[in-house]
Design a protein around this ligand. Structure first.
Ligand code: ADP
Ligand code: ADP
Length: 229
């Protein structure tokens, strides 16, 4: 089944700047892929259309075969439960513990305390952060902070995780660790779409790559094509 479909999507920002031009692609459930391109190519815009921070000017974005154009008002929050988002600067609450940061999305949807505790601890274990639940984000290393950002995004068990330059602030070793973590998500049922301008890192992952060039989908490279290089 298709988890995400862009159907001839264009996005023109107020003021006339065209950020995406007639972009079409499909993501299958359980797939991991990258979107790359130079700065300003439209990567962030593409992700924003998926978590409904922006709306297309033309064309349709379908999520689990539902047209996001019809998702308005209260339903936007419901949709966002299905889409986990990881930012480059992780955006953790600095005055709340690691546990609270990860629990927040579950508290907001009214989950029972016991269930929240179980879920948060399970995610922390999986990410190798079991000892860290009482720490404040500022007491953690950059790599640990980014892992907390990922934990918060996956704790709701979203169908799709989107990440915008998630390794932008990390050194190559930590970047590789974070990428390995993303690569483990599809087998747990979460598809993964990562925007990155780090072409070297992207190629090493040997996953499908969408290449944006000035808002145009210039290439859609399969893992098999990358393996040939
Ligand atoms: P190679 O060095 O193996 O020839 P390239 O880096 O030239 O590979 O290109 C591989 C793919 O990545 C091509 O499809 C190309 O369009 C894309 N690409 C090349 N440079 C960039 C870039 N700066 N940003 C995004 N995509 C790029
Ligand atoms: P990338 O993530 O690849 O760097 P973006 O999606 O951020 O690209 O931006 C694509 C283009 O759209 C850029 O030219 C950028 O300046 C423009 N853009 C992005 N956001 C806005 C906005 N809110 N208003 C106007 N133009 C924007």
């Amino acid at each position: 089944m298709s988890v995400l479909r862009f159907d001839n999507v264009s996005k023109q920002y107020p003021g006339g700047h065209v950020a995406l031009s007639d972009v079409s692609f499909d993501v299958e459930a359980g797939e991991m892929l990258f979107v790359t391109g130079h700065s300003g190519a439209g990567k962030s815009t593409l992700l924003k259309l998926i978590h409904l921070s922006e709306r297309p000017s033309r064309g349709a974005v379908l999520f689990a075969e539902r047209n996001l154009m019809k998702v308005r008002g209260r339903r936007v929050a419901l949709h966002r439960r299905d889409v986990g988002v990881v930012f480059q600067d992780h955006r953790l609450l600095t005055d709340r513990s690691v546990f609270d940061n990860i629990a927040l999305p579950l508290i907001l949807r009214g989950m029972r305390r016991g269930e929240i505790g179980r879920r948060v601890r399970s995610v922390l274990e999986q990410l190798g952060l079991g000892e860290r639940e009482r720490a404040l984000p500022t007491q953690l290393s950059a790599g640990e902070q980014q892992r907390i950002g990922i934990a918060r995004a996956v704790v709701s068990e979203p169908r799709l995780l989107v990440a915008d330059e998630p390794t932008g602030n990390l050194d190559p070793t930590l970047s590789a660790e974070i990428m390995a973590l993303f690569a483990s998500l599809p087998e747990r049922g979460t598809s993964v779409l990562i925007a990155s301008h780090d072409l070297g890192l992207v190629k090493r992952m040997k996953k499908r790559v969408l290449v944006l060039d000035h808002g145009v989908l210039a290439d859609d490279i399969s893992p098999e094509d990358l393996a040939d290089e």
